[in-house]
Design a protein. Structure first.
Length: 62
C-alpha cells in the first residue's frame, strides 16, 4: 500500500483488508451482520469485495 493516502486506486476499493479492524467493522455494519460473521466470511472467501458482498447477501437471506 502506498504511503501517500491521496494515491489510491481501484485496487484499494476492490478488497476488504481482513487484518484491519475498521474495514471489517465497516463491512459488517454495511451488510447488517456481526463482526464475527464478517471475519468468518473473509477467512472463507478471501478479501475480494465482490465475493464478500455476494456471500454477505446470502448470509442475510439464510
Amino acid at each position: 500500500m502506498s504511503d501517500d493516502k491521496a494515491n489510491r486506486g481501484g485496487a484499494d476499493r476492490s478488497r476488504v483488508a481482513g487484518g484491519e479492524r475498521y474495514e471489517v467493522d465497516y463491512f459488517a455494519k454495511r451488510h447488517g451482520i456481526t463482526v464475527a460473521q464478517a471475519e468468518a466470511l473473509v477467512k472463507e472467501h478471501g478479501n475480494s469485495r465482490e465475493k464478500l458482498d455476494a456471500a454477505a447477501g446470502k448470509l442475510k437471506l439464510g
